[in-house]
Unconditional design. Sequence first.
Length: 442
Amino acid sequence: MKINIPDSVGLIIKKLNAAGFEAYAVGGCIRDSVMGRKPNDWDICTNAVPEKVEEVFSGMHIIETGLKHGTVTLMIDHVGYEITTYRTEGTYSDRRKPDYVTFVTSLREDVKRRDFTVNAMAYNDTDGLRDYFGGISDLNERIIRCVGNAEERFNEDALRILRAMRFAAVFDFDIEPATAAAMHKLKGLLSYISAERIAAELLKLLCGKGAAHILREFSDIIAEIIPEIRPSIGFDQHSKWHAYDVWEHTLRTVDAADADTYIRLTMLLHDLGKPECYTNTNGEGHFYDHAKASERIAKKVLKRLKLSNEMISTVTTLVRYHDAYGQIGKKGMKRLVGKIGMKNARRLLDVTYADMCGQASDKRMLKSGKIASAALMLDEIERDNECVTVSSLAINGNDLLAAGLQGREIGKALNSALEGVIEGDIENSKNELMDYIMKGMS
């Protein structure tokens, strides 16, 4: 099998070979190349110890990124290439990283320590593909399988449990039964993993085309990192609007959403408040104020995962208003855009569509019409540059200060003027707004 490696990678391999050492491109770059995907980066492994690697590339820009683990980074044309010595790894007392590594001379011994067969392949132009553990076969079978004993791999680094789910979701693969069984058995080890590492894998998983399938099969593992999900699993909604329990509805909305981090994360969290808000009247389930409850729970989850303030703000806003387009008119739309901004208002169209796809099929047409109506209103507001915020009024605080208003009177007057414009009682012009405010003060 021929793999087209970049010239810079070929140069690194050739220089190491010329110095008497083995060298291969290894790992995800080979997997992606075999799959016809463009690798994000290229890693090289070699039997040369770090000191020898530095000698081979003397005079070039080298960063000593992880000498004790055998890794240096060579910079070529502002691109970094990690070069790592063949190694085996010692015990993982913290189940996150090895306590020590031992350099070895065998490529097979090196790739034997890797997580999954599809990531344990190596290549150079001279020797071709080195696939000791059936990576090509598993790619063809669309399977994620641990190298060697699955329980050992997950005990070494528990994050591999989520990585298996992420790869399966992104590639739309299945997870091999023995690997899956070990994941379910050892899910508690995820408590050793930092929130940041968990969040990074979760966000990638959610945007995979097979995300819903993997979340469904491994719901117990997702509930391990987001325990707030547990009450939703199997929770019957007893509603004419819903053909599925809360968790299955959630999965179907994730599947229907665009592969956008904000939207997919919103759909995962948007109904977490339903179980605690459930009431039943004459056999019909209701979830009054569940959006507010879901927002509160989502904020707790996102903070625990240590996501950015911007992402927390955006996702919790979308969760809070995910039902808004069900009963909103033009004036209400203006107020909503004023609160959350046009960008988030448009994101809500995608959220509402995904939510619709998870509902009973005979109710979807009604919500589909409301989505179309909301989209038209947003288009009109944007096209006509309609006034939706205090800052877009034709007057400001300085105008009111000059007219004799002070302190809280100014903010109250501006909000009153905005409401008058939205209601259509007055035009957004300085004279009309000032007259409106002064009459209200008299």
